[in-house]
Write a protein that binds this ligand. Structure first.
Ligand SMILES: [Zn+2]
Length: 178
């Protein structure tokens, strides 16, 4: 196998390069029936079922794995092939538009800390069960409270929250330091 084929074999699945943006219905052309590529990820042997230069149709969206992707073809039902053995002729499916993803950050201003105010137990869970904010874990570090663990309560400008002893102590110290 030449260097280009090796490159395609090992980097296709990692950088999610364009071949993997195709969708069900896409037209793809077979460009390799290399046996080593076929065997990578336990795919069916391209040389047994496909012809180089022939155009095939994706029967469903690509199945993405850690290091490769599988293509299922309408023309060869029940078989799966390594995506690196194809090139795109027509994408099919929906047009993929560019997107911007933004994550919103919320700041909670702490005004009071009540260290070890309550004990986490069955009673606490029963009382809080119907609340939208249950407080079954530390609001700061996310740690889930264990039975009989002392939990602290903080007052914030967005409501009262429960925190673990460690986080509560930290906030109390920061409040006191001012
Ligand atoms: Zn915590």
């Amino acid at each position: 196998m030449d260097v280009n084929a090796l490159d395609a074999l090992f980097f296709h699945g990692v950088d999610k390069s364009p071949i993997l943006t195709v969708k069900k219905g896409a037209k793809i052309r077979c460009v390799s029936v290399d046996e080593f590529q076929s065997r990578w990820g336990n795919n069916d042997s391209a040389k047994d079922y496909l012809t180089i230069g022939e155009i095939y149709t994706l029967a469903k969206d690509p199945e993405i794995h850690g290091w490769h992707a599988k293509f299922y073809l309408e023309e060869v039902p029940g078989k799966r092939f390594n995506s690196v053995q194809f090139e795109i002729v027509a994408r099919g499916g929906l047009v993929i538009n560019p997107v911007i993803t933004k994550t919103r950050t919320t700041t909670y201003r702490i005004s009071h800390v009540y260290l070890d105010m309550m004990v986490f137990n069955e009673n606490f869970r029963r009382i809080r069960a119907d609340h939208k904010y249950q407080g079954f874990e530390c609001f700061s570090c996310g740690k889930h409270f264990q039975d009989d663990e002392k939990i602290s309560v903080i007052f914030t400008d967005k409501g009262n929250k429960t925190v673990c002893h460690e986080c509560g102590a930290k906030f109390k110290e920061e409040l006191g330091a001012r």
